[in-house]
Write a protein that binds this ligand. Structure first.
Ligand code: SF4
Ligand code: SF4
Length: 401
């Protein structure tokens, strides 16, 4: 494992961090985590040198923190920095801070977290942080030894990111960044600005919710023709580790193979290790993807569960796959995957949402939860028009190549 500077903090962080948002799924459960398999893969990662574990209140509907708590028994807690987040979308009053932190420490079976984040800050939730005096609550918990460091994860635009960074002396900031997202959300400018201020920058969505792991044919050709042989995921990760501003890269790993491959990639990582030719390969890949993705959904599931049973991220993933496919047979298969989702009772399952886009009643409950600011009901209508009724992609996305 390679280790890197963690901003201005006095410890070094593993190049790869374990994101516990996409743990192995429990059988017959869409969002539940399999404790034994999760424990096995997280402990393997720690044994390979990962020293940074990231979780949050809503991951796996609360099960992620519990699984992490169990996993870090038997001496593993002392080997890692443990990070979780205050669920800002559920915070209504100042007293909620204590309520959530107490439950989280209990779930995590620990008396402190190494970094506590405000989860998914944007312009609106940052106002809430200020109005409710939540930074003061963070400082109080720090004095009590229940939190070591203070940070935030972020989903908004660069001006908002800069405003938040300038407001307080943060220890770390977690941003969405990958070779496709250099100009959206915090942007490269934000990454550099935070680093210049001595704030540790932690990267989430390094493979854009898996999108960069499954390249369309043109991108696969570019990867195949490259002089240096790498997997699509390795290209995406090395792009990040190449940058001196990046502290650690969080990968939400779901099986042992991913953990092994990502640890191997991290072992080979280094700042400024990519040459001009390799950087050109990445630019070409970014260009190809940019022209293909219809809905910028990362599969984070913050919008879930939909009370009407729509599996929102799955509908978007199918549409994006449909757009990425060239061959008619693969497109046929992708359309069939859409039809396998149900269009209403009697097969609709509200506990494990399996509804296709036609089930959406446009109630709007999901919209403000989406960190990517996707107009979910509008995009779902397009999904159903394209995959359900057979309309052309160009009718709704005229600029797509
Ligand atoms: S707008 Fe549609 S997808 Fe969103 S919560 Fe309502 S029914 Fe579900
Ligand atoms: S629609 Fe938005 S909130 Fe829902 S999974 Fe996609 S990115 Fe996440």
């Amino acid at each position: 494992m390679q280790y890197r500077k963690m901003g201005s903090l006095d410890w070094e962080v593993s190049a790869l961090g374990f994101g516990c948002m996409r743990l192995p799924a429990r059988r017959f459960s869409l969002m539940g985590a399999d404790l034994e398999e999760s424990k096995r893969i997280i402990r393997y990662g720690i044994d390979r040198g990962i020293n940074y574990i990231d979780t949050a209140w809503p991951y796996h509907l609360g099960e992620s923190e519990k699984v992490v708590g169990e996993t870090l028994r038997d001496g593993y807690r002392e080997k890692v920095k443990l990070v979780t987040k205050l669920p800002m979308f559920l915070v209504r009053r100042t007293a909620d801070f204590e309520r959530f932190l107490n439950v989280q420490l209990e779930r995590l079976q620990t008396d402190h977290v190494d970094i506590y984040l405000f989860h998914a800050l944007n312009a609106g939730s940052f106002q809430k942080v200020k109005q409710l005096g939540l930074i003061e609550k963070m400082e109080e918990a720090q004095r009590q030894g229940r939190i070591c460091h203070v940070g935030f994860s972020f989903h908004d635009t660069y001006p908002v990111f800069k405003e938040i960074l300038d407001y307080y002396d943060w220890d770390m900031a977690q941003i969405q960044y990958n070779y496709m997202d250099t100009c959206v959300q915090a942007t490269t400018e934000g990454l550099e600005y935070a680093h210049d201020k001595g704030v540790a920058v932690v990267i989430m969505e390094p493979v854009k919710g898996g999108t960069l792991a499954s390249p369309p044919r043109e991108a696969a050709d570019v990867i195949e023709d490259a002089a240096v042989k790498r997997t699509p995921v390795d290209w995406a990760l090395q792009f990040l580790w190449n940058r001196p501003e990046v502290a650690t890269v969080l990968s939400g790993m779901s099986n042992m193979q991913q953990v092994v491959e990502n640890c191997d990639s991290a072992d080979r990582s280094g700042i400024n290790s990519l040459n001009g030719e390799e950087n050109q390969v990445i630019s070409r890949l970014a260009e190809i993807y940019q022209n293909k993705i219809l809905v910028p959904c990362t599969g984070c599931e913050y919008c879930m569960p939909c009370p009407h049973g729509v599996n929102i991220p799955q509908n978007f993933a199918i549409l994006n796959n449909f757009s990425l496919e060239k061959s008619w047979i693969r497109r046929f298969q992708t359309r069939r995957a859409y039809r396998k989702l149900t269009s209403g009772p009697p097969k609709l399952d509200l506990d494990n949402p399996n509804g296709n886009a036609s089930v959406c009643i446009n109630c709007g409950l999901c919209v403000e939860k989406c960190p990517q600011e996707i107009d979910i009901p509008v995009e779902l209508e397009r999904v159903n028009a394209i995959l359900g009724k057979g309309d052309s992609i160009r009718k709704y996305y005229p600029d797509i190549s």
